[in-house]
Design a protein. Structure first.
Lengths: 354, 365
């Protein structure tokens, strides 16, 4: 169990600066998710923690001690790779036991711990098999057992669920979270999937182009996205973004005016599909498409501002394609961003057009 | 509605289709193609099989001083119909079991025919060289002229020399090649691309062109007429290609498992030995077999660099046997050939499974 701290960490590969300046503290026993699109430096930061990459500048601390120079094998970090990286020539038992061989754990104790780790992830019956004889989900469990058997002070998960089918992903999500809670091990999950991040982690670190864009809980990121990027990245179906000009107490987009309480300038309005509703008054439009999604129905509405997505609860469609509608929303749900800086204008609200 | 109208226009009426007739036609076409293919394969493989078959037949049947080819024609009389019968059995059989039964029957018939037609001529006297070092004199005495026979070393001595050269060469090549290839595959260093290119260029040199400078070099170093000298030269010539092949195998091993080993507490060397090396086992075995056979069949360098007859290898032994008793006794020459062939054959059969995988070239996960 460890408290991890990045202090002004820089990572360069040749001339390419993958991580320009990273400052972050992960508390002991915390489950954090590093979320971001591919190529944003999230895996690099994971490998920095594991000691596979060495930082180009800055300090990495475990429990207050600088570990920049400490070799990967001495860091006592468990890692589950996206490909699981099981050793193909070893049985499941030998795979899980592999980390213990270098700790000179006595045979009896090692086998006992292998059994316990295997039982924890429910692969106790598969110990004699080879990785090639396992399903994807089983391989994933073995990889998890191998990472846990050495009782790591830090557990790193690199997109662990991305190779599983949808149902299995759901089960493994719950299981990994409950194992983490049971063991209380500090865990870092790297993922590009917002659902994985929001469902599993206590705290989410949103990265973009090697920089930390926002750190917060799932609610923080969803309700108060710090930037346009995060508003667009978090939430499914994605947020409706409308660019306009704020002046004289209104945001004007073409002929439409949204009453507005903020400062003048170029702004972008963010309206989540689930916050929009069909109302008596509001923005007029015409439904062009309905997409039933089970408990909800997604409507695509053509308006003067372009196509907007509206998500309504209910299993059957109350409206059909071609129906004229008016779109309303609660001002408290609206998000307004400064278009130039892409950052959220705190406290700024828009009202539906009259 | 308009669209449907177009579709019905497209299929004006349904004609009855004779599916059975079409299936029968496809079946006979497939069969005819298979027959033609096998006929072709047999036609081209007979000239390849026949020399080996004859080599073995001569080794076990020829008599000193008798240039008799009748036994070869009789053995061919058994072999060719047998091969054709095998082919027919494979064609006619409707199930795997029928095919095995048919081939078994043909094999039995061929064995009996061989026993009757060739059997009476078979004997082991041509393998006299295995027990009698001075066999040349004995062979000559069979035809009357004893004088002038070459003094041959014990054949087992030559056998051991060959084994030593091929074995030492294999061990050195596999060790150096796997280490060098791993480094080339995993590390970036100045001159890496140039090194990879030069590996292939080195392999492109015809070795014969370097015989004279090599001879001078060994002479000055003092390794001329020693097995060590030949081993070093062979290793140098075999390494580039072996490194190149092994690099391909290492490239196919994913980084992930190596990184995983490092975080699991292994050092770089332990990760290489325990995790990476086992993934390239097939490549290592293939390199082993090919290098060993290359050393086993080596002729030019041993002929040039080795002089004393205690340093003779099997290829030199074979050469001098041919030189000395050819024209007197084809049987002994063939018998030496068979003896020389056996280790390669055993090795190939034993390693066949891995060699097949190498030609496909991947590392299976």
């Amino acid at each position: 169990m460890a408290r991890v701290e990045f202090r002004k960490i820089v990572k360069r590969f040749g001339d390419i600066e993958v991580i320009p300046d990273m400052n972050l503290t992960i508390e002991d026993g915390e489950f954090v998710a590093v979320l971001g699109p591919s190529g944003c430096g999230k895996s690099t930061s994971l490998f920095l923690l594991a000691g596979i990459y060495l930082p180009s500048a800055g300090e990495l601390l475990f429990d207050g001690h600088v570990v920049n120079e400490v070799e990967a094998r001495d860091r006592n970090v468990g890692i589950v790779f996206q490909s699981y990286a099981l050793y193909p020539h070893m049985t499941v038992r030998d795979n899980i036991r592999f980390p213990l061989r270098f700790k000179k754990t006595p045979r009896e104790e090692a086998l006992g711990r292998v059994g316990a780790a295997a039982d924890l992830v429910q692969v106790g019956e598969l110990l004699g098999r080879r990785p090639s004889e396992l399903s994807g989900g089983q391989q994933q469990r073995v990889a998890l057992a191998r990472a846990l058997v050495k009782e790591p002070q830090l557990l790193l998960l690199d997109e662990p669920l991305s190779n599983l089918d949808a149902t299995l992903r759901l089960t493994m999500r719950t299981e990994i979270k409950s194992i983490q809670q049971k063991l209380g091990v500090t865990t870092v999950l790297v993922t590009h999937d917002q659902i994985e991040a929001t469902t599993m982690a206590d705290r989410i670190i949103c990265m973009r182009d090697g920089r930390i864009e926002q750190v917060g809980t799932a609610d923080d990121l969803y309700l108060r996205p710090g930037s346009l990027f995060i508003a667009g990245f978090i939430g499914s179906p994605p947020v409706n973004l409308i660019a306009g000009q704020a002046a004289d107490g209104a945001v004007r987009v073409g002929r439409v005016a949204f009453p507005f309480n903020g400062t003048p300038g170029s702004v972008t309005i963010g309206l989540r599909p689930e916050h929009l509703r069909f109302a008596e008054a509001g923005l007029p439009g015409r439904i062009t498409q309905t997409e039933p999604m089970g408990r909800e129905i997604l409507y695509v509405v053509e308006t003067d501002l372009g196509h907007l997505r509206v998500l309504e609860h209910g299993a059957s469609a109350a409206h059909a394609a071609g129906d004229p509608v008016k779109i309303g929303f609660s001002p408290d749900d609206s998000l307004v961003f400064n278009t130039a800086t892409e950052s959220l204008m705190t406290g700024a609200r828009v009202h539906p057009p009259a | 509605m308009a669209r449907q109208a177009v579709l019905t226009d497209f299929h004006p009426r349904r004609t009855a289709v004779d599916w059975d007739r079409m299936a029968a036609r496809a079946r006979s076409m497939r069969r005819a193609e298979a027959v033609a293919l096998y006929a072709f394969l047999i036609a081209v493989s007979l000239p390849i099989i026949l020399p080996y078959f004859w080599l073995v037949t001569i080794a076990f049947s020829a008599k000193a001083g008798v240039a008799e080819t009748m036994v070869l024609w009789r053995s061919m009389l058994v072999l060719v119909p047998a091969v054709i019968a095998f082919w027919l059995a494979a064609m006619v059989a409707r199930s795997r079991r029928e095919a095995w039964l048919g081939m078994g029957a043909i094999a039995l018939a061929a064995a009996i025919a061989f026993g009757l037609l060739v059997g009476p001529d078979l004997h082991l006297r041509n393998f006299i060289f295995l027990v009698e070092p001075d066999f040349a004199s004995v062979v000559r005495s069979r035809v009357g002229a004893v004088r002038g026979a070459v003094q041959f070393p014990n054949v087992w001595h030559a056998f051991a020399n060959s084994l030593l050269i091929a074995g030492a060469q294999t061990v050195s090549v596999v060790t150096v090649a796997s280490l060098a290839a791993y480094y080339l595959s995993r590390w970036q260093f100045p001159g890496r691309a140039g090194m990879l290119r030069s590996l292939l260029v080195l392999h492109a040199f015809p070795v014969l062109t370097l015989v004279v400078p090599m001879f001078l070099m060994l002479y000055w170093i003092g390794l001329l007429d020693t097995l060590l000298g030949v081993i070093l030269v062979l290793v140098a010539f075999e390494l580039p290609f072996a490194i190149f092949i092994m690099k391909g195998f290492f490239d196919a091993v994913p980084w992930d498992i190596e990184m995983s080993a490092l975080t699991d507490g292994a050092s770089r060397r332990q990760a290489f030995l325990r995790v990476v090396l086992p993934q390239v086992r097939n490549g290592t075995l293939a390199i082993c077999v090919f290098t060993f056979i290359r050393g086993w069949e080596e002729y030019i360098f041993v002929f040039t660099f080795l002089v004393r007859n205690t340093n003779w290898t099997m290829s030199l032994y074979m050469y001098y046997v041919r030189d000395d008793v050819m024209g007197v006794d084809y049987g002994v020459v063939s018998a030496v050939g068979v003896f020389y062939l056996v280790p390669s054959l055993i090795l190939y059969v034993a390693a066949q499974r891995y060699l097949m995988q190498m030609s496909i070239g991947g590392v299976k996960g």
